[in-house]
Design a protein around this ligand. Sequence first.
Ligand code: CTP
Length: 425
Amino acid sequence: MGENVGTTRKNIVIGVGGGIAAYKVGSVVRHFTEAGHHVRVIPTESALKFVGAATFEALSGNPVSTEVFADVPRVPHVRLGQEADLVLIAPATADLMARAASGRADDLLTSTLLTARCPVLFVPAMHTEMWEHPATQANVSTLREHGATVMTPASGRLTGVDTGAGRLPDPQEISLLGELLLDRPDALPYDLAGVKFLISAGGTREPLDPVRYLGNRSSGKQGYALARAAAQRGAQVTMVAGATSNLPDPAGVEIIRIATAAQLADEIGKRAPETDVVIMAAAVADFRPVQVSDAKIKKSDSGPAPIELTTNPDILAGLVAARRSGSVPRSTAIVGFAAETGDLQHGVLDHGRAKLARKGCDLLVVNAVGEGKAFGMDHNTGWILAAGGEETALPLGSKTLMATRILDAINAVRTDGVGAEGRCP
Ligand code: CTP
């Protein structure tokens, strides 16, 4: 799934509950073994009715057992949990979460959960009714109070003909969150419950004719990472997404697809008045062709016709103006991004500082681009510049890790009211 930055070998326990989604967990096991980690799979008895032990043994390269009375001299029910750097449970069924929340230790997996002192990530998958039942929701709250991260499930097609919340998130999303917790165990506090986020991501495409457009190299990964992390910290997230590389949908996020800067401006403009935090991570085309041809533009003997361009609205600056005029609430935090290359006179940070002042947003995340940096990569580095003058360096890390640091900075703006124009939350 991308370049590894100095992976050290960690002990990962992957617990598998008895649900049909167990068949998807093989790719999560594979992700962690391929990243060089030591993986032990602990299924429940009922998980083995869906996927055989041989599959998990082959994928992890380690023996698989469900019960505490196997291999007794090595005390696996205590040792596996104590030695783990991450315990990831997928699918976390309603029954398994109920047993974990009440501290049962009636099989190897629940015993391991009681002895683990590392980050624990539950990935629920079940029918919508079971997920929404007050008993399940109470168990989810208990597990969160005990310090575990419980992923918000995806919505979509379930096992039968029904659709709704309760689907297992894309295995890539699960692996990314597992990696995040290995990097930073406290990365996903449930601290944004009820906060409304509006996040733009990806690149816009400005059509020239039915087959051609002016576009850019944005992969959308940073915007998706922000949506992923915010949703898992409890936020209500709407993401307006332009063109991206082939990315899975982050779980629990409402996604609106757009193509052009004008469509993006329209969607952001409609939603910003109802939003607590707006993050403009999209790479917006500054210009669009004046004329869009209905038919494919043909070659002509006189050579190519010049393309006349006109300027697109600056959505970020427009949001700041709308907040000043009162059509966007004064309490709404506004965050921009700047991808800069620097030049001989001015470094990347100088350009970032000038852009922050020009745009008037609360925070500006600055990345250096060019020479294989930022665009399309899984890891990134940069700075967060705040309107109050603070500057925070973002060390090299995954885009999801960077997203959590950006969310921390947004929390500081919202609670301290240190944003642009001395806003108060
Ligand atoms: N942005 C926007 N609307 C535009 C252009 C940019 O909202 N028409 C937002 C981007 O989403 C980003 C920030 O403004 O959050 C900075 O984008 P960038 O392209 O770096 O800014 P520009 O003002 O276009 O500056 P430059 O001249 O460096 O391209």
